[in-house]
Design a protein around this ligand. Sequence first.
Ligand SMILES: [Zn+2]
Length: 295
Amino acid sequence: MARLFCGIFLIILALPGPVTAEISPESVSVPAAASSGATQFPPRYSLRERRFSLRERPHRVELAVVDDLESPLFSLNDLRRFRAAANSDLLEIGEEFSRIFRYRLRQRLTLRVLSPAQYAVEVGNAKWTNAMFAGGVITVPIRGVSTRKLASLRRSLRHEYVHAVLFELSGGRAPAWLEEGVAQLLEGPPNPTLGEALHARLDGRGAFALEQLDHGFVGFDPDEVTAAYAQSLFAVRSLINRFGFSAMRCYLERLNQRSDSEHAFAQCYRMSPSTFQSNLTEQLDVWRRAGRELP
Ligand SMILES: [Zn+2]
């Protein structure tokens, strides 16, 4: 079963099933004019079965908007604005990340957009999720097109795009703490609630062992999930500050070649995972005692 990656504060869930079918070019269309004869201005459209092509090279991104009947309606202008924002964000993110990782995504990436109601049904109990990545598909809800909503969309797209890149580089073998750490590092400024959760964890039960964070955070208490995300960010920041992205790419590629994880880590980071764990525990302790606010 494939792993499903989510945005900040989002538990990595088991994938409930195939997310979406590939959209064929024939099915791509822009919504037609209002079909209803109602005198409503601006005309409103159901999102049902609206599909847009975002097939802009070189990123091969497509966007499908699907909906159920109980969802709010968005105007055609709203949909166009959303599409334009998502499109330019993804192009920009693709360019930026290809410079950071020195790697350009090869797989076809599909952006799947759901109404909030449909999205809520899909994520089930994980109501706090704001985006998901699985099997080459980024799924986001459309919550509006205000400047604030579109900024939040950009943050989600950055986070999920990292998962797409890391998945491809590592063949899906990167530890969850590394996935979530890099995704948070590149999504934007850290979420302000991370620090408090990490302090509570360190003051109480102490730092997580990294092995505890290898396979996702399913089964963690809700308050531990935030701390797990926070320590993942802290750990990745520590590695990036010292070794940069080239060592990370080295590690991911060795994992993809099915190298033993410990051996791959030692080769690319010139220390064993257990040495890194001890360094990390010390750094976390310094951070805790200094009363720093963000990991
Ligand atoms: Zn994530």
